[in-house]
Structure formats: structure tokens, C-alpha cells
Design a binder for this molecule. Structure first.
Ligand SMILES: Nc1ncnc2c1ncn2[C@@H]1O[C@H](COP(=O)(O)OP(=O)(O)O)[C@@H](O)[C@H]1O
Ligand SMILES: [Mg+2]
Length: 403
């Protein structure tokens, strides 16, 4: 059985320290996140699908602990909530159970108590998950789409180009709903690539992020004719600061429950929003051009994510862009410098074809076979296209840039 994933909700330093310390002592359990406020906890529960047990301090706020337990039960009926109480007695237990919790636990539990309560709660949660079929149940019928985030080691490496191309490719697969999110909050330029004008952006969702409905999304998103729906970055870069980690969790959570594929262009500047997207994504790819400054920048960025506990470098892949056999730096060497896995697919240079496509506002028809093939293969590798939908003709290690 995989480790039991625990989320802790509480802002009391001492309590947090106590639990951090005892959790280390227990094997088979992993404390995955800590939410300070009830809103934060709810956001995490909605987005971190594999949490088994949520421990909630009875003093959490602003939404009182018992109400939070009720909200969690609504959002994730398979997630076991356990209340941490100063006084553990029958009335505390009754109140907790009435709210939908699986039990109560002292705020200073012994190791044995913690072990036994967590095991029982997790057993219940996993049994429940099997019964309701695979875990996440949300307001719109239990869908859980795939989030794929792209970031650029440096500006100009082709992150936005790839995000747009992958979104267009994914949307061509029949029955697949795709949303492209411009999370490059400082310098998002998806509109100019897709030749679209739209007043609404992610900024319009921030204030309502905790209660996003389909109508709100329909209002905020741009519905592109070639398939993907697009959530733009704020037109005023100053608003990027308002895109907090919590808002991002909630917004991406809402998108993931409505779209099969959510592609996020995180750009190059790390903001709370883009870092959170990197953290939440099922797959993260960093675009790198085959030159040393760019490779080093990528390495720095991935190290930073790892240091900040945003994402482990084993969970990041690099995509070599504008790669051809003529380059001095070839994939194996790039991988060694980066210390990262590379995607099998590399993206060939396609200056003319891209320029023409952008000028004609026809990015879905880039007239370069090698480039188009690379995009489809990459889409397959990153899981935004089913492998059956990827062009059959392409080789395994797609050195599509080869002249
Ligand atoms: N594979 C490629 N070959 C040639 N030019 C490319 C390629 N990918 C992107 N470009 C061009 O590079 C420029 C920067 O691309 P962009 O996607 O905006 O980069 P980023 O988002 O990483 O800053 C654009 O003019 C784009 O057309
Ligand atoms: Mg960009």
C-alpha cells in the first residue's frame, strides 16, 4: 500500500510543530501539506486528489472547524477528516461525527494514538474511494482533467508557442475539452499568438475563486474557434500579485474538474500563481534551447523549485526547442548538464513557418511537417493527446529537427 497522505489544517505554531515532529516518527504516513486557514485547506482538498486524511485543528478559521469538515465531506466524500481537540470527550466526538468527521484526536496525541487513529481513518478513506470509483468527486460529475504546465528557462525559448500548439493539437482530438491558461502573469502574450481580443482574464476569477461556477468560467474564458478555451493573464500586470496560491489552486481545480486537459503557460518569471501551477500540475515541462546560458538557467530554475519544495527535479522534464543535428549541443549532452530527463521529442526550428502562421493568424496550420510532427509527438509524451491519436509514422526518438 502506498504511503497514507495526510493534510494538516491549523495555524497554531506549536500544534504544527508537534505534528510535524510526530509524523516523522511514523512510517507509512506522509504529511503532504499544511493549510493555515480553512479556505486554504478546502482549496488543497479540492486540488490534491490523493490526500487520504485531513487533520483539522478545532481552532482553525475563518470558517469554523466543524463547518470546514462539512465542506470537505461535500467536496471529497472519500476524504477522512479528523478533528484535533483540546478536550477529547464524548461531546467533542459527537459534534465531530455529526459534522461528518471520522473521529477526534487530542491536539497532543501520543504516537500510538496518532498511529491508530490515522490508520483507521485512512482505511475508511481508501475503502470509500474504491466504492465511489477512483477518488475525486466534485460538483460537476467527478471529472478530473490533466494539468500540464510549461515553463521557460529564459524568455524566447518557445514556451508560449508550444503551449499554444499543444493546446490546438489536443483540442483536435474528438471529444477532448481543452483549456489553455496564460499564467505568465507579468508578460503573458497568448492573445497575440492566437490573434484574439478578450477583456476578461484570470483577474475576474480571483474574488470568486472559492465558488467558481460554470457560468463564471464561461464569462471569463475566451472560446477559441479552433477548440481550446483560453483563460488569459491579467491585462494589467500589477494584478498578477492578486493571483495568490490559494486563488490559483481554486481556479485550476475548477478548470481541472471541467476540462480533460488544462495546459498552463507559466512563462519565465516565477510568481505565486505560476509556482502553484508548477506544484499542482500532473506533468511539468521546461523548455530549453540548446545553448549553455539557457541550459544553466533551466538548471537554476529547477533547483529553485526543488529548494522551495515546489517540485522535485525527477518530476520535471525538459524539452529541447530549436534543436537540429547541426547544433553543437545534442540531447544527451544537454540532459547531462541539466541533470533532468529530456522528452524523447525535440522541437525543430521552424522560423519561416511560424512567422507565416503568426502573421496570417493561422497557428493551427503551421506549414512545417517536422514541427507539426514534433508537436503531436510531444503532445503524446506529455499526455495531452492519446497515443493512438499521435501520427503513426513518427520514429521513437524523434529527431525531428534533423535536416
Ligand atoms: N521551434 C521554433 N523555431 C523557430 N522559432 C520559434 C520556435 N518556437 C518559437 N519560436 C519563435 O520564438 C519567438 C519566441 O517564442 P515564444 O513562444 O513567445 O517564447 P517564450 O514564450 O518562451 O518567451 C517567437 O517569435 C516564436 O515564433
Ligand atoms: Mg511566453
Amino acid at each position: 500500500m502506498s504511503d497514507i497522505k495526510i493534510l494538516l489544517g491549523g495555524d497554531d505554531q506549536e500544534l504544527v510543530a508537534t505534528f510535524r515532529a510526530v509524523m516523522v516518527e511514523l512510517t507509512g504516513f506522509e504529511l503532504v501539506s499544511i493549510g493555515k486557514t480553512s479556505n486554504e485547506v478546502l482549496g488543497m482538498v479540492a486540488t490534491e486528489q490523493d490526500v487520504d486524511v485531513v487533520l483539522i485543528d478545532e481552532n482553525i478559521g475563518p470558517v469554523p472547524a466543524h463547518d470546514l469538515v462539512r465542506d470537505i465531506a461535500m467536496q471529497r466524500p472519500n476524504c477522512a477528516a479528523v478533528l484535533l481537540c483540546t478536550t477529547v470527550d464524548e461531546s467533542a466526538l459527537t459534534r465531530a461525527l455529526e459534522a461528518g468527521a471520522r473521529g477526534v484526536l487530542s491536539r497532543q496525541p501520543s504516537l500510538e494514538e496518532l498511529q491508530s487513529r490515522l490508520s483507521t481513518a485512512a482505511e475508511w478513506s481508501r475503502g470509500m474511494s474504491k466504492w465511489i470509483g477512483g477518488g475525486h468527486v466534485d460538483a460537476v460529475g467527478g471529472r478530473r482533467g490533466r494539468i500540464v504546465a510549461l515553463a521557460g528557462a529564459k524568455g524566447g525559448t518557445g514556451t508560449t508557442t508550444l503551449a499554444v500548439q499543444l493546446a490546438l493539437a489536443a483540442a483536435q482530438q474528438p471529444g477532448r475539452s481543452v483549456c489553455l491558461v496564460d499564467m505568465d502573469l507579468q508578460a503573458g502574450d497568448v492573445p497575440s499568438y492566437l490573434d484574439l481580443v478578450h477583456r476578461r482574464s484570470i483577474a475576474d476569477l480571483i474574488d470568486v475563486a472559492g465558488e467558481i461556477t460554470g457560468t463564471m468560467l464561461a464569462d471569463a474564458l475566451f472560446m477559441h474557434g479552433d477548440g481550446p478555451h483560453v483563460l488569459l493573464a491579467p491585462s494589467d500586470p500589477e494584478r498578477s500579485e492578486d493571483v495568490t496560491a490559494l486563488a490559483t489552486r481554486q481556479i485550476l481545480g475548477a478548470l481541472r474538474s471541467r476540462y480533460d486537459i488544462v495546459l498552463v503557460d507559466c512563462g519565465t518569471f516565477m510568481t505565486e500563481g505560476s509556482v502553484t501551477a508548477i506544484e499542482l500540475a500532473d506533468r511539468v515541462a521546461i523548455t530549453v534551447m540548446p545553448d549553455l546560458p539557457c541550459l544553466r538557467a533551466a538548471k537554476r530554475m529547477v533547483r529553485l523549485w526543488s529548494r522551495l519544495d515546489v517540485r522535485k527535479s525527477e518530476d520535471v522534464v525538459a524539452v529541447l526547442t530549436r534543436q537540429s543535428r547541426k547544433n553543437e549541443i545534442q540531447p544527451d549532452f544537454a540532459a547531462r548538464i541539466l541533470g533532468l530527463a529530456l522528452t524523447r521529442t525535440t522541437v525543430p526550428p521552424a522560423f519561416r513557418a511560424l512567422e507565416k502562421a503568426i502573421n496570417n493568424a493561422s497557428l493551427s496550420r503551421v506549414e512545417d511537417d517536422g514541427f507539426r510532427r514534433a508537436v503531436r509527438q510531444l503532445a503524446g509524451e506529455l499526455g495531452v493527446l492519446d497515443s493512438a491519436a499521435v501520427d503513426p509514422g513518427g520514429g521513437k526518438r524523434a529527431m525531428t529537427g534533423a535536416p
